[in-house]
Each structure stands twice: as C-alpha cells, then as structure tokens.
Design a protein around this ligand. Sequence first.
Ligand code: HEC
Length: 270
Amino acid sequence: MMIALTKTVKTKALKAKARKIGLAVAAAAPLMLCAVSPVQAAGSGFPLESPQIDTSKKKVLQRGAKAYVNYCMGCHTADYQRYSRLAKDLGLSEDDVVNNLIFTTDKAGETTKVGSLMSNNMSTDYGRKAFGVVPPNLALTARSRGEDWIYTYLKTFYRDDSRGGVGVNNLVYPGAAMPHVLWEQQGWQEPIYEGEGEDRHFVGFNQVTEGTMSAQEYDSLIIDITTFLSYMADPIKQTRHRIGMIVMLFLLVLTIISYFLKKEYWKDVV
Ligand code: HEC
C-alpha cells in the first residue's frame, strides 16, 4: 500500500513536471521562430521594387563597400561602423581596407586609421549650406527606410528643370536635396506619365542620355550598394543566423536525449 502510494505521488509529480516542460517548450517555440519584420517606411506611395538582397555574399559586400566609399561617403557618414570591423566582416585584410577603402584623413591630416569610424570631414554647417539639409548618416537607413526603398530611390532619379539648384528630382523621395550622384553610370532619364488629373500615373522611364553602364549593370551596382547599407544597419545578422542554427541543432539533440531519458525514467512507472 505504502509503496503504491509513493508511486502515485511520484507519478503525479513527474507528470506535472513533464507538463510544465511541455508548456515551456510550446511557449518558447513560436518566439524563436518569429522573425522581426523590417519597418515599412512610409513614402511617396511610389511602388517600390524588391531586389534580392543577401548580406551573406562577401563579394557583393566588398563591391558595395567600394562603391559606397567612392560615391557616397563624400557627403554621408556611417559613423557607427569601424573600418576594422568592416575588414573582418567582409573577409578583407586590414591592409586591403587601408589601401582600397580609406580615402579620408583625420583631424591631424593623416590617413584615417583602420580602427576609426567611417565618418567624413563634411561639417554639418557646410552640408546645410550646400544642400539645405545635412546629408543623413546612412548607417541605419536600411532599417528606417528599408532595402526596397533605398534601391528604388537610387533607381528613380530624373532630371527636373523646374527644380532650381540640383535640377534633379526623385520619384520615391520627391523634392530630395540629393543630387543624382550616379548619373554618369545611369545616364539621364525622364519619367513618362499617362492620363490626366487624378488618373495621371507613371508608366516608365525614357532614357535621354546613355550612361557608362547598361541598365542591368546599373541595377547590379545599386544592389551592391543597397546590400552594403543593409549589412551596415545590422552587422551581426550573419553571426546571429549562425548562432541561431547552432541553438536549433542543440535543441534538437536535447529533445532526442530527453525523449530517451523520459523513456528510461518511466519504464518502471507505467
Ligand atoms: C553630394 C552629396 C551627396 C552624395 C555624394 C550622396 N548623397 Fe545621399 N543624400 C544627400 C543629401 C543632401 C540627402 C538629404 C536629402 C533630403 O532629405 O532632401 C541625401 C539623402 C540620402 C538618402 C535618404 C536618407 C533618408 O533616410 O532620408 C539615401 C538613402 C542616400 N542619400 C543614399 C546615398 C547613396 C547610396 C549615395 C552613394 C551612391 C549617396 N547618397 C551619395 C547628399 C548626397
């Protein structure tokens, strides 16, 4: 009798424990699987294109970094990011980075050190005077605006003589103060509209002057740049994915071991 009693008490306790563990696993699983969705930025309502962006591709990132320092860094900073970190993440040696990617100087006039942040020497005052607005820090733009926004933005600059100053406009960001810095590569285009009044809608671009790149080459250039900006906005994404996989694998092994352990423990109980 005594033995039987302890047995049921034990069984009950074990069952409660098993239920608790089951509940914990059930509660944790969706949390682990649920990915944080990127912020959808509000914009002009212009339909955004969705290029394939893959920040695990080192070659794309290297090309993107090069284009970024050549074409964008004169105006934009990205000073949450260090060159040394860039070297490590992009699979480059620090010498490669010093020789190919650092064109700026520090306050003392010496070439920027590899451990420094990726900032430029444009003062905010100058930026405001030249463009009316300070060129924003692009380190987190891929999160605030989204990759599709950046890609489509870089694709939809057009000549607009009605705008004084830069004489350029943008379909995604109408009235943007940024000049079309990649005009040599893309050439100049003008939008074609159809319909009148409320029905007026954009149907495509008319290429006015040819650029040095074909349309396809240009698309892949801006994919490189967008991928690089996306990497900068979340430099540890790849590490996180790797750790995530290891954790999932660990949980799988643990589940298998727990299953056999449970079988072993319950062998004499039921
Ligand atoms: C000649 C200076 C200059 C250069 C070079 C330049 N930009 Fe800009 N950029 C600006 C200015 C000024 C703005 C602010 C536009 C505004 O808000 O009206 C801007 C805005 C942006 C924005 C929008 C940011 C936001 O959240 O509003 C993005 C994205 C951007 N630039 C990307 C680039 C990329 C990529 C390059 C390199 C291919 C580049 N820019 C080169 C001046 C520049």
